[in-house]
Write a protein that binds this ligand. Structure first.
Ligand SMILES: Cc1ncc(COP(=O)(O)O)c(C=O)c1O
Length: 388
């Protein structure tokens, strides 16, 4: 029988999925591995969902929408981007997708010819590299350093640019390090993009999960950047809507049109019910998001303190809901560390190498988990370290 394609065989299966399964099957396991909010849908969204379903005929719920997304959602997104991100785009310059992962994939498909390069941080979100490689693009890594608080260095970006570079990929606040990029750094990167005529893909999935009075800045809002920047957002993290699969990209018309064509051949459209719910989510009172953000913040302060106290140096994350902790004193191999922790103490964390080679010697812990569970997990982790 014919084998699956080489491309598919080379595609890594994520350890996170395996860990999630182990945690679900074994009730004793405490999982700090999952990257999705542990909160329920905010109440007004539950009410809206019921209303949408009640009026399913009127809403044409069992029908496809246009590939680009329903006009009222794209208009609401354009308004939101203008008001909150200071990005000026029309509703036509917005593409609604089944999660931002799909938008990113469509972006790579639309911007890259085979062999062209994407500059990105290492470590970085694990969804990037396979998506780049699936379209025969080439990742070009800029290492992040713990002593620089995992902030990407624009000089290294400049050095990494070759004739084949097409995209600089940014993620702020970042997964897995929780780093928030400052206006100064973003301005330097914007200058490089203009100077070298490159796209900037700005993944802002965690834009609303930000702490210590830091501000999220979208590189797409800078003067003259509209032709260069594609901004990627999701409803998954801010609104706890992961399972509804809703995200979007915004930017110059040519790219949005190209991306619309490719998403059409992937999913035809984003789920209709989710798009209608998305309109409501964008007008959700900020108190609902603030409640979740505050809870994450409390957990963040606790987990960072505990990790540092027990001897796992941990940079305080300024955004998202992850810590990236240095385990190299205990074990140089992050996979072996995570595996032993899971086996002996039933605590699931993600080996840093899942996020790139520079993640060796680190583990990622998610605090999108109840406080009490985090407390228990920290206790078990400390016990584990004492035995090593
Ligand atoms: C940085 C980042 N970007 C994009 C995504 C994809 O999110 P979604 O496809 O749910 O919008 C994730 C998910 O974890 C993420 O961490």
């Amino acid at each position: 029988m014919k084998e699956v394609s080489e491309r598919e065989r080379d595609l890594p299966s994520t350890i996170i999925e395996k860990l999630t399964r182990i945690a679900a099957e074994n009730k004793e396991t405490l999982s700090l591995s999952i990257g999705e909010p542990d909160f329920n849908l905010p109440r007004p969204l539950v009410r809206e969902l019921k209303k949408i379903v009640r009026k399913h005929k009127q809403n044409n719920l069992n029908h496809y929408t246009s590939g680009q997304g329903i006009p009222e959602l794209r208009e609401a997104i354009a308004r939101k981007l203008h008001k909150e991100n200071k990005i000026k785009v029309s509703a036509d310059e917005v593409l609604v997708t089944a999660g931002s992962q799909q938008a990113l994939f469509a972006g790579f498909l639309s911007a890259l010819d085979p062999g062209e390069e994407v500059i990105l941080s290492n470590p970085g979100y694990l969804g990037y590299i396979p998506a780049i490689e699936l379209v025969n693009g080439v990742p070009s890594y800029v290492p992040l350093k713990e002593e620089e608080k995992f902030v990407i260095n624009p000089d290294l970006i400049k050095k990494a640019v070759t004739k084949k570079t097409r995209i600089i990929l940014l993620n702020t606040p970042s997964n897995p390090t929780g780093t928030v990029l400052s206006k100064k750094i973003l301005e330097e990167i914007a200058d490089i993009a203009v100077d070298k005529d490159l796209f900037v893909f700005s993944d802002e999935a965690y834009e609303k999960l930000i702490y210590d009075g830091k501000k999220h800045i979208s590189i797409g809002c800078f003067n003259g950047m509209k032709d260069y920047v594609l901004t990627f957002h999701t409803f998954s993290k801010s609104y706890a809507l992961c399972g509804f699969r809703l995200g979007y990209a915004a930017g110059q018309q040519k790219m949005i049109d190209a991306m619309e064509k490719s998403t059409h051949y992937m999913s035809l459209c984003a789920p209709h019910v989710s798009q209608l719910l998305g309109v409501k989510a964008l007008t959700l009172h900020p108190k609902y998001i603030e409640k979740m953000r505050k809870e994450y913040d409390q957990r963040r302060i606790f987990i960072v303190k505990r990790l540092n106290e027990m001897g796992l140096p941990t940079v305080k994350p300024e955004g998202a809901f992850y810590t990236f902790s240095n385990i190299s004193e205990y074990n140089k191999n992050s996979f072996a560390f995570a595996n032993a922790l899971l086996k002996t103490e039933k605590v699931a964390v993600v080996p840093g190498t899942e996020f790139g080679s520079e993640g060796e010697g680190y583990i990622r812990l998610s605090y999108a988990t109840e406080y009490a569970k985090i407390e228990k997990a920290m206790h078990r982790l400390e016990r584990f370290l004492k035995k090593h």
